[in-house]
Design a protein around this ligand. Structure first.
Ligand SMILES: C[S@@+](CC[C@H](N)C(=O)[O-])C[C@H]1O[C@@H](n2cnc3c(N)ncnc32)[C@H](O)[C@@H]1O
Length: 543
């Protein structure tokens, strides 16, 4: 691979004797991996995986693979594989992710029930990882500034079956003004000069220039400034890049800490056996080191550098920071046993802390959005202003939605609050009062939409359900012909006995049917007793 001369010189200067091993790593193949989706497949430790509804799915798929040691449920793939073509990928059973990129979410380690912000999230690798750690509880706000990239982000969130996420397309400053210091965990996976990705993507080599590190460092300073405003006292902030340059990485952290005395680096386990290397305090500029002071500068050795000649992965940098909590306040740390989840953020919200925005507990529904009380009386409410009359009124939408639940998902209740926006029905994890005025790509879990005649369940709903929750389901085997035909959008004629009801017996009714692959939902179909009409939307099909 032809590397820019200035880049090679810089790396030689930084690494000295080690530079030869480092440069030799560019002749090695890039490292690739998949990470099982803990929301769909239980991960009980390396090598022991179980699909939630059918144990064989996960086990057979990961058998014989080497685990990525630093990430739960992650396995290396080899270059002959095309995991993006396998039907399991479409069922959201795993995410294809570069192994080193799995480290930041592991460091941040959110606990169930916490409030998490992923500030630079598209296309969503780390967000899907964070959501799996939340186990479907709490709140994940996943954001990216690039509008185009939030489409892939929203789709990856939906494919993974995440019901507790809000997808936004905002500047960090606007989010900080809206949310204030209300998050237990914040991730800044920063835009960077991308030096660690040269082996993965040669475009990154072409885009690199000698000024790129300083340019990105300035961008990162701004993002980190706003990110800090959203970390609850006692909460944690992870910063990561896929680059080597010290003006980013240690430099960004040093400038941040110098301006934020209430944040400190958290020392993390970094086993030498995995090839992790410490951050390099000695690479700061004299000005950066002087502003930070000797003690705090030394602690930069507790940040983590992943070098491609030392780890089985690409180049990365990660740092975990913690914001001090006022004395007497529970720290929103790593152990769920030692503290109630989300305690720091909750206290901060209660105290009105440095919130700078409306409380989540005080919903002020946005324009054209109506929070709905559950139950029959809700159906009798009047229309909200601006409602689309072509599909009836809000009360019609609610009535259709509730009829769908009774018929197709009896006994199932979505989490949080139901909100109607136009003809769309969402389950919103928490009241979203402070989201007013923000560019929302998804304001919650999109359950479906009301058309002129009926409620149409969304793909996102299908992907977040368990097969036993649907009144009708069809089980397909992983690589069966019917699975491929379904993914291509074809009508199926399964044996009628394979379409089953809630009791697992052959179904005696017709209607919306959850099509599943080895126990994991793939999408919707409509069963008429002989034929399954394919309801998989074109954008979700295999091409
Ligand atoms: C390294 S990528 C993120 C990868 C992502 N975290 C993942 O794991 O899939 C950095 C992202 O930051 C976004 N970005 C750039 N400037 C930003 C800003 N000022 N605020 C928020 N996001 C920004 C880019 O659009 C890009 O998607």
């Amino acid at each position: 691979m032809a590397l820019p001369k200035e880049y090679v010189n810089q790396m030689r200067e930084l690494l000295g004797e080690e530079a030869e091993d480092f440069l030799a790593s560019y002749a090695e193949p890039k490292k690739t991996a998949i990470r099982l989706n803990g929301l769909k497949i239980e991960s009980t430790g390396f090598g022991e995986k179980e699909a939630v509804d059918k144990p064989s799915a996960g086990q057979s798929f990961v058998a014989g693979r080497d685990p990525v040691p630093w990430a739960a449920g992650a396995y290396y793939t080899d270059k002959t594989e095309r995991p993006g073509k396998h039907p399991y990928y479409y069922a959201g059973l795993y995410y294809i992710q570069e192994p080193s990129a799995m480290l930041p979410a592991e460091l941040l380690d959110p606990q169930p029930g916490q409030r998490v912000l992923d500030l630079c999230a598209a296309p969503g690798g780390k967000s899907t990882q964070l959501a799996a750690k939340l186990r479907g509880t709490g709140l994940l706000v996943t954001n990216d500034l690039a509008t185009e990239r939030t489409k892939a982000l929203a789709k990856n969130i939906e494919r993974a079956g995440i019901g507790c996420a809000v997808v936004t397309n905002e500047s960090p400053a606007k989010l900080a003004a809206a949310f204030g210091a209300t998050f237990d965990r914040v991730l800044v996976d920063a835009p960077c000069s991308g030096e660690g990705m040269f082996r993965k993507d040669e475009d990154m080599v072409r885009q690199w220039d000698a000024d790129a590190p300083a340019r990105y460092a300035a961008m990162q300073d701004e993002i980190m400034l706003e990110a800090a405003k959203m970390v609850a006292p006692g909460g944690r902030l992870a910063y990561s890049t896929c680059t080597f340059s010290p003006v980013e990485n240690e430099g960004t952290i040093a400038r941040f800490l110098a301006a934020h005395p209430d944040f400190e680096i958290v020392a993390t386990e970094s086993p030498a056996a995995w090839g992790f290397a410490p951050g390099r305090p000695e690479w700061l500029t004299p000005e950066e080191a002087a502003a930070l002071g000797p003690d705090r500068t030394a602690r930069l050795a507790d940040t983590i550098r992943l070098w491609p000649h030392r780890v089985r992965g690409e180049g990365h940098f990660a740092a975990l920071l913690e914001r001090a909590a006022p004395s007497g306040m529970a720290v929103s740390g790593a152990s769920p046993e030692s503290e109630p989840a989300g305690a720091a953020a909750a206290e901060s919200r209660k105290a009105g802390g440095k919130t700078g925005g409306a409380s989540f507990k005080d919903p002020k529904p946005g324009k054209r959005t109506t929070a709905v009380r559950r139950g029959a009386e809700a159906a009798g409410r009047g229309r909200s202003k601006g409602f689309d009359d072509r599909t009836g009124g809000e009360s019609d939408t609610i009535a259709r939605y509730e009829a769908f639940l009774r018929e197709s998902l009896p006994g199932w209740k979505p989490p949080g609050t139901i909100r109607i926006k136009g003809d769309h029905v969402y389950a919103v994890s928490e009241p979203a009062g402070s989201m007013q005025g923000l560019r929302l790509v998804r304001e919650g879990w999109l359950l479906g939409l009301s058309t002129r005649h009926r409620f149409e369940p969304s793909q996102a709903l299908a992907m977040g359900l368990k097969p036993h929750q649907a009144a009708l389901s069809l089980q397909l085997a992983g690589e069966s012909e019917d699975a491929i035909r379904y993914l291509k959008g074809e009508t199926l004629q399964p044996e009628p006995a394979k379409v089953t009801g809630l009791n697992g017996e052959p179904a005696d009714k017709r209607g919306w049917t959850l099509v599943c692959l080895d126990g994991c939902p793939l999408g919707w179909g409509r069963w008429d007793g002989a034929t399954l009409k394919n309801e998989l939307l074109p954008g979700w099909r295999q091409v």
